[in-house]
Design a protein around this ligand. Structure first.
Ligand code: B12
Length: 301
């Protein structure tokens, strides 16, 4: 259930007058819902979307269930990865949420937060672990905190109202949950109805999901490959199934070396979340030109 706020509460959160707020609602810039008594209400997620897209400051973030930070003026992403790594290793969950959610509030694209802050912080944690400067439990705990931050970001997104469906997963034996979860959030941020199936899913089960849902996109995050030849044959079978439903197969992840990629068939390989965002926007623009009804009918296999 979205948290619903009165126009007055949103005006206070944004540091705007009630009349400006009313004007934005009337212009359709801010979506409202009506209560049973006929009063206008605005979902907190919608107010956040508006603030991010219109580059509007949020002066009272607590009203929008966002953490308060000391550093309201700065929009800088520099230094955030280092602060995040320190906060994660110190198990300072509150500080970590504040760093990421503050960047979100200030309108930084989610793809950039993921590529330049969270992934970089985890690289630092990996290096520290390798040099025995961090314990295994600190790495595991950091992952738990990061996952909770990702779930919180997802809860702050407006529900995508799109007929473009994407589903995604990691292969059986691949336990890396951060990049696959980030992909779902990035796709949702650019208007896709993205649904993460989960981690460690056998290829046969992914094939069934594609046949059942006929998504426009399937994303596969590959950070660890337990058995290379089984992966290549399983993946290429999945690609065949995806071709029958006109599903674009998008892949990414540290385990997909250039050598392995030459033996795979796919629609796009992404090094970063930014690449995924750009590819998803391109597919969306193409789909807008050819509306779903007039797209080539998909064969059922
Ligand atoms: C956290 C972590 C784990 C955790 C993951 C927990 C979880 N819930 O996700 C656990 C404990 C499971 C783990 C296990 C292992 N790990 Co580990 N792990 C890491 C660590 C510290 C961070 C990885 C991470 O999640 N980063 C955050 C993500 C978001 O960043 P990223 O992977 O770089 O992804 C970015 C891009 O690559 C891209 N991207 C990635 N995937 C995708 C997918 C799509 C679709 C798109 C569009 C983009 C994209 O976008 C992301 C954002 O920019 C790294 C250290 C490092 N240098 O990164 C080691 C590291 C990757 N692990 C390593 C190893 C060796 C292992 C194990 C094999 C150890 C073992 N012997 O058991 C196992 C294998 C596990 C398995 N079966 O899956 C090595 C890999 C070495 C190598 N050359 O391959 C590293 C580099 C550590 C090291 N320095 O030795 N690990």
């Amino acid at each position: 259930m979205p948290q619903l706020l009165s126009p007055k509460q949103v005006a206070v959160a944004l540091g705007a007058s009630e009349s400006s707020l009313k004007r934005w609602c009337d212009q359709g810039l801010l979506a409202t819902v009506k209560t049973a008594g006929g009063h206008r209400r605005i979902a907190a997620q919608e107010a956040l979307r508006f603030a991010r897209e219109q580059n509007h400051s949020v002066v009272a973030p607590l009203i929008l269930a966002m953490p308060a930070t000391d550093d309201r003026k700065s929009r800088r992403i520099e230094g955030c990865a280092e602060r995040l790594a320190t906060g994660l290793l110190a198990n300072n969950e509150q500080a970590c949420h504040a760093i990421v959610l503050d960047l979100f509030l200030k309108g930084q694209p989610l793809s950039q937060i993921f590529d330049e802050v969270i992934a970089v912080a985890f690289r630092t944690i990996g290096e520290k672990w390798e040099c025995h400067d961090a314990e295994v439990y600190q790495e595991r705990c950091s992952c738990q905190i990061a996952l909770r931050i990702l779930h919180e970001l997802r809860s702050k997104q407006t529900e995508p109202n799109s007929d473009l469906v994407a589903i995604g997963a990691t292969i059986e034996g691949d336990q890396y949950s951060l990049p696959v979860t980030m992909s779902e959030i990035v796709l949702r941020s650019v208007g896709w109805s993205a649904q993460l199936l989960g981690s460690s899913i056998p290829f046969d089960s992914m094939t069934k999901a594609i046949q059942r849902h006929k998504p426009e996109m399937f994303w596969l995050s590959v950070s660890f490959i337990p058995d290379e030849s089984a992966f290549i044959s399983g993946f290429n079978r999945l690609f065949e199934a995806a071709s029958k439903t006109n599903t674009a197969m998008v892949v990414g992840g540290r385990a997909l070396t250039a050598e392995i990629r030459t033996r795979l068939r796919y629609s796009a390989f992404c090094d970063t979340m930014r690449h995924l965002e750009d590819f998803a926007k391109t597919l969306r623009r193409q789909a807008e030109v050819v509306p779903k009804k007039s797209r080539k009918p998909r064969k059922n296999s």
